[in-house]
Design a protein around this ligand. Structure first.
Ligand SMILES: [Zn+2]
Ligand SMILES: [Zn+2]
Length: 347
């Protein structure tokens, strides 16, 4: 098959298209013919070497995969040839540890992330994934939407429903609202019944963010304290939950925007900067700092159902063939893409 293989880290040109053997399924594996694979910022930091933790080269990048089942191992019970499937962000979990047994499998110590470890990734024609890490895609959901369900929608579902525990009528602040995760944060916070305050630094994205469901859009410039505007919008009370896709750059503004007993959910960190703060500023007002990352299979199934019902509109910018993977990385790295770029290995 044709595959993009990273043998050494570096610029986009290290993404070379090679001819390698097709994967053969182990007893519990499902071989998926890749229809679409999303290009994530995670893939960029694997390729340029910034992220080293758990990475085993050579590797095929890509963890946002949807496609059709073409072969199954002898012990596979959940899938058969012809099924349309989407991946979680993993290709292996142990299935036996306390996290796997309690529906928290992203925390499994033996978990292998797609795209990071060896020749198991989505920038290629076929990939073998153990059946614990796939879900069937509803008939009315296109595979290009299913491909990004786990990473871009599931992470936010996790943050809003499980970690942030957002209730109807609460106020939710979304930072980085014009970005990929931000646009889905606005939609899911709205679905949860919240009053949504969206923060963006891009004037050209204000209308888009409003259309996604934001009740109020605060246009900030980098470094400015936006909390005064948030406090005005909330009658001086602040927000009950913050879904923070930005990190250090907005830290002090978010801190001043939190209501008493607020839940601050950290998801994104765009720079390498550290932030100083006094713990008393949080505990005197009972503010909790929480975090969310990754998606369980049950959350992926819920995201696919939300897509099937038309409750969430995935944001996709363009689809490129395998050989254009370097161009895709250049665009993602520069932050020039409004919505996900997808790879179509058959193109
Ligand atoms: Zn991703
Ligand atoms: Zn496990």
């Amino acid at each position: 098959m044709r595959a993009i293989v990273i043998r050494n880290t570096g610029g986009p040109d290290v993404l070379r298209c090679e001819q390698i053997p097709d994967p053969t399924p182990g007893p519990r594996d499902v071989v998926v013919k890749v229809s679409r694979c999303g290009v994530c910022f995670h893939d960029v930091v694997i390729r340029n070497g910034v992220m080293k933790r758990g990475v085993v080269l050579p590797c095929i990048p890509g963890h946002e995969i949807a496609g059709e089942v073409v072969a199954v191992g002898g012990d596979v019970t959940l899938f058969r040839q012809g099924d349309r499937v989407a991946s979680t962000q993993r290709y292996y979990i142990c299935g036996k540890c306390k996290f796997c047994r309690t529906g928290r499998e992203p925390l499994c110590a033996q978990m292998k992330f797609l795209g990071d470890v060896g020749l198991f990734g989505g920038y290629c024609e076929f990939v073998a994934i153990s059946e614990d890490n796939l879900a069937v895609v509803p008939d009315n959901v296109p595979l290009e939407h299913a491909a990004i369900a786990a990473c871009t929608i599931g992470t936010i579902l996790n943050a809003i429903r499980e970690v942030g525990n957002v209730s109807p009528g609460e106020r939710v602040l979304v930072t980085g609202a014009g970005g990929g995760l931000g646009m889905h944060s606005v939609q899911l916070a709205r679905l949860a019944g919240a009053e949504v305050i969206a923060l963006t630094t891009s004037p050209e994205k204000v209308e888009q963010v409003r259309a996604a469901g934001a009740d109020h859009v605060v246009l900030g410039t980098r470094g400015e304290d936006f909390s005064k505007q948030v406090m005005e919008l909330t009658k001086g009370e602040g927000v009950d939950v913050c879904i923070d896709n930005v990190g250090s750059q907005v830290f002090q503004g978010v801190r001043r925007s939190m209501a008493i007993s607020g839940r601050w959910v950290l998801i994104g960190q765009l720079t390498g900067d550290f932030v100083p703060f006094n713990p008393a500023q949080l505990f005197f007002r009972s503010i909790s700092m929480l975090s969310a990352t990754s998606t369980t299979r049950e959350q992926l199934k819920d995201c696919l159902q939300l897509l099937s019902l038309g409750r969430i509109k995935p944001s996709i910018s363009q689809t490129l063939p395998l050989v254009e993977a370097p161009a895709a990385h250049t665009m993602v790295e520069a932050g020039h893409s409004l919505g996900r770029i997808l790879i179509n290995p058959a193109a």
